[in-house]
Ligand binder design. Structure first.
Ligand code: NAD
Ligand code: MN
Length: 492
């Protein structure tokens, strides 16, 4: 990227002119195999078809490793292993089960650097995010859920919490390790066994997690990791000895899964897409709000289901907020995910970059006014500048549809009623943000928003104790907190 004079703003904790110089994280001591088999029944086994696919580094377009493609037969093997392991695992004294889960948590902490680097290599996210958010939060989920394992009788008084059985878990590519932790930790704490499938573009940290599962000494078959694309996921969903499906991904696939489990005894939780409204009132702490809006939409390249992708600005502060937003966007550094200065890493895949670019074209065609950051982009890899559309209408595609990229659509409003109506007017209902100095406005708004999570004067705050999940086409069920555990229990 060369030397550049940039005002880095708050994100890096530097607020004056600062000389940019590359600070790439070293990739030495990162233990990666050239080829990954399937992790079934505590062993690494070759896929029965003999087929492997590439996982690439989206910042360089270079191949990292060969990944086994699991077919129906392999999934069946994994489900059988999980079924065999279920009896002994679920009958293990809960505090013994907890010890294994604590061990996984501690091993993630010990390998935090390695996990962060691999997460950024495989998926493209900025190392600062992998290091400060994804990896510590993944460990925190294992710690939190381990703590509940032997307290479930107290958590659900009058009930007899029982593990459900074999859980089939399918996760997306935007938070590969963190999503694996969200899925595995509560399932294991409740005494279930698991067949988990990571996304095809980001399988590496889940496979590294399988190594930790081995190292932590979990009994064979309790955790099985199978890799592959949609058809592997479909084999999990349609296997007749799966008791519960936990899916995080697109609304389209969520609907397919819902249809395929009709008439079966499978339970399901679906965490799907979103199109969150971030609402800023004239009495808001404006500078803080601008930081929150930036974080809300550009965090993880905008590949975030709860991304604050629609911004509503109360009219009197519109000019001021837009000016500050544009200034701040111009300070953002897009580039090498392994560089510690990078704010916005690589778009996860070529296909996703195309989707984003298509939406930007649509937005322009729909007549919205386009703005993008002044940074330069690397010559190789999949990158997109932080962008902003103003003058958009409620019916515009870029307002109604999830883009899953660094694209913010801005509207104005004059009254609370108006903004609530508009904010609720999409098919989704996952999250929202509100920025104001008035507590009463916060309460009024949160009670009327059809959103599973509403942040006030902050955004993208996650905690293992907080339930997360959606309304409407954002899915159903909650992950995190006791809600998340109850999704893996029969509570009779
Ligand atoms: P996707 O639905 O295409 O894929 C998600 C996972 O499902 C992948 O592992 C994929 O291989 C698998 N899959 C694909 N087709 C399948 C099928 N027919 N049956 C079973 N499994 C199948 O979504 P994506 O592009 O990977 O992720 C982006 C989407 O995920 C966005 O819409 C985003 O909002 C959503 N998401 C939601 C949350 C949440 O918590 N609500 C979190 C992250 C991502
Ligand atoms: Mn990859």
């Amino acid at each position: 990227m060369g030397k550049k004079d940039l005002n880095t703003g708050l994100k890096l904790g530097v607020d004056s002119k600062w000389q940019y110089s590359p600070a790439p994280e070293s990739t030495s001591h990162i233990n990666l195999k050239k080829k990954y088999d399937l992790f079934i029944d505590g062993k690494w086994v070759a896929p029965s078809s003999g087929k492997y696919f590439d996982t690439i580094n989206p910042a360089t377009e270079e191949k990292i490793a060969d990944i086994a493609e699991a077919n129906e037969k392999d999934v069946d093997k994994a489900v059988k292993a999980a079924r065999k392991a279920f009896g002994p695992w679920s009958k293990l004294p809960a505090k013994e089960r907890a010890k294994f889960i604590y061990r996984i948590a501690r091993l993630i902490q010990e390998r935090a650097r390695e996990f962060s680097v691999i997460e950024s290599l495989d998926g493209g996210k900025a190392i600062r995010e992998s290091r400060d958010v994804d990896v510590p939060l993944a460990a925190a989920h294992f710690f939190y859920n381990a703590g509940w394992a032997d307290k479930l009788d107290y958590a659900f008084p009058g009930k007899k919490p029982e593990a459900i059985g074999v859980a089939g878990q399918i996760i997306p590519w935007n938070f590969p390790l963190l999503m694996a932790a969200w899925k595995l930790a509560p399932a294991l704490a409740c005494g279930n066994t698991v067949v988990l499938k990571p996304a095809e573009t980001t399988p590496l940290t889940a496979l590294k997690l399988a190594e930790l599962v081995q190292e932590a000494g979990l009994p064979d078959g309790v955790v099985n990791i199978v890799t592959g694309a949609g058809s592997t996921g479909s084999s999990i969903v349609n296997h007749n000895d799966i008791d519960k499906i936990a899916f995080t991904g697109s609304t389209g696939v969520g609907k397919i899964i819902q249809k395929s489990i009709v008439g079966t005894n499978k339970r399901a939780t679906l965490e799907l897409g979103g199109k969150a409204a971030n609402i800023i009132f004239e009495d808001a702490p404006i500078d803080q709000a601008v930081e929150g809006i930036i974080n809300g939409i550009y965090f993880n390249q905008g590949h975030v289901c709860c991304a604050g992708s629609r911004l509503f600005i109360e009219e009197p502060v519109y000019d001021q907020v837009i000016r500050k937003l544009k200034d701040r966007i111009n300070t953002l550094i897009v580039g090498d995910p392994l560089d510690k200065n990078t704010d916005i890493g690589a778009i996860n895949s070529k296909a996703q970059l195309k989707t984003i670019k298509d939406y930007i074209k649509i937005g322009k065609k729909e007549g919205a006014e386009f703005f993008e950051g002044s940074c330069s982009l690397p010559s190789k890899g999949f990158f997109c500048k932080p962008t902003l559309f103003t003058g958009v209408a409620q019916s515009n595609k870029i307002v109604q549809e999830e883009i899953f990229g660094p694209v913010l659509a801005v509207q104005t409003f004059r009254s609370v009623d108006e903004v609530i109506k508009k904010a609720n007017n999409t098919p989704y209902g996952l999250s929202a943000g509100v920025w104001t100095d008035k507590g009463s406005k916060i309460f009024n708004l949160t009670s009327q928003m059809r959103a599973g999570v509403v942040w006030a004067n902050t955004y993208n705050k996650f905690d293992p104790a907080s339930p997360f999940g959606g309304y409407k086409e954002s899915g159903f069920g909650r992950e995190g907190g006791l809600h998340g555990l109850s999704a893996y229990l029969n509570l009779n």
